[in-house]
Design a protein around this ligand. Structure first.
Ligand SMILES: NC(=O)c1ccc[n+]([C@@H]2O[C@H](COP(=O)([O-])OP(=O)(O)OC[C@H]3O[C@@H](n4cnc5c(N)ncnc54)[C@H](O)[C@@H]3O)[C@@H](O)[C@H]2O)c1
Length: 371
């Protein structure tokens, strides 16, 4: 069996590559080795030499044709990510790249047996909430004027009551950023074109994934990278808002096992699944866990700064995928320990940190509330 992993030189893709090799698959990678994740377009040291690497773009028909030759299953991980306003690039890479796979498969009448597409928890937007008087709601992003007053929680647009966050289930999506809309477009393209051509497609909505090989330069999955780097350098991290933003985190090994689970389960076909832990962790709880682990007594800076566009709470329910037999095995401490082991082997930490902060200041709008 031959598996193609697009984005297979990246964090999640490279771990999927290793798992497939361990299962006896032949593996081919299609990866454009894009910046900032791969500085200078260098092949990362961790990449297995047993996998065939095609350096190429998922939008390039010739590269995709070459990559798909003789392939049985596809893991589509390659994507454009981030918060920057290069809006068209999200749709160009993510939507065009996904449709290119189907275009080549259809034109060449290839016998691909399954396509697993990396989607994201981001498709839920602000997530799902409950008002005791008015029931379930999917709020819009919080207005800047409210954030400027330090009013962090979502409130009911009808009665003004503070809303209770509910775990996000697969039923309702509300993508509201360029990244989220493009990731959801990948799901729509995959499910619809998959059905048309009789190719089972599964989309996996990963929660924030943590572990070894997570790029030091990828702004998108920042919390562990930034806390770990700053504490290693003896500097206090800034915690935005009141530190009570909630997320769920998932270990890279659990993301890989979710991919293997849906690969082997026909019951997963033509469906989308959350791949999350379902465990709500506030930013302050995360900080406590990592500072204890690192034996640091540094206090974080919390001075009312907030990031425009930050989602207040988003926690995915893993119940649907658990019904297929998958279950997350690793906890937050495992994620922190594995990442720190990786970080501690890295060189030039100051450079990583300086470049991350430059990016934050230049490209992400940070504002301060008047509280
Ligand atoms: N890491 C997370 O927490 C997370 C959460 C939700 C969803 N995801 C999704 O999981 C997938 C993998 O993410 P990751 O964290 O491993 O990111 P990553 O940046 O480490 O890896 C992505 C890989 O895709 C490659 N790539 C980018 N553009 C490409 C293009 N045009 N053609 C070919 N290759 C290209 C990059 O070179 C990189 O190696 C992505 O689809 C991402 O949207 C990740």
């Amino acid at each position: 069996m031959l598996a193609l992993v697009t984005g297979g030189a990246g964090f999640i893709g490279s771990h999927i590559v290793d798992a497939l090799l361990a299962k006896g698959y032949k593996v081919r990678i299609l990866d454009a080795l894009t910046e900032p994740v791969h500085p200078g377009g260098r092949i990362p040291d961790y990449l297995s030499k047993e996998a065939e690497l095609i350096i190429g773009d998922v939008r390039d028909k010739a590269a995709v044709s070459k990559a798909l030759e003789g392939v049985d299953v596809v893991f589509h991980e390659g994507a454009h990510q981030g918060y920057l306003p290069d809006y068209s690039t999200f749709f160009d890479v993510n939507s065009v790249g996904t449709s290119m796979l189907f275009e080549v498969i259809a034109e060449k009448k290839l016998n691909v047996k399954k396509i697993i597409i990396a989607s994201s928890q981001a498709v839920y937007g602000e997530g799902q909430y409950f008002c005791p008087q008015h029931g379930e709601l999917q709020p819009m992003p919080r207005p800047i004027e409210r954030l400027a007053k330090g009013q962090w929680e979502h409130t009911c647009p009808i009665c003004g009551e503070t809303l209770k966050n509910l775990q996000a289930t697969e039923k309702l999506v509300n993508p509201n950023t360029q990244y989220a809309i493009s990731k959801y477009s990948q799901e729509l393209i995959g499910h619809n074109l998959g059905r048309r051509h009789g190719i089972p497609v599964v989309c996996l909505r990963y929660s924030i994934t943590l572990g070894k090989r997570q790029s030091f330069y990828n702004m998108y999955t920042g919390i562990l990278r930034s806390f770990a780097t700053l504490l290693t350098l003896g500097q206090s991290p800034i915690i935005f808002e009141d530190g009570m933003l909630m997320r769920d985190y998932i270990h890279i090994d659990d993301v890989v096992s979710a991919n293997m689970c849906v690969l082997e389960s026909p019951d997963a076909d033509y469906q989308s699944f959350n791949v999350g832990s379902g465990i709500s962790t506030t930013v302050l709880e995360f900080y406590k866990e990592i500072s204890e682990y690192m034996n640091s007594s540094l206090k974080p800076v919390m001075n009312g700064e907030f990031r425009v566009g930050d989602v207040r709470h988003i926690v995915s329910s893993p119940a649907k995928l658990e019904a297929l037999g998958w279950k997350p095995q690793k906890n937050l401490r495992n994620m922190i320990a594995d990442y720190l082991e990786y970080l501690n082997k890295a060189e030039n930490l100051e450079d990583y940190f300086a470049s991350a902060m430059r990016d934050m200041k230049n490209k992400t709008a940070i504002m301060k509330s008047q509280i």
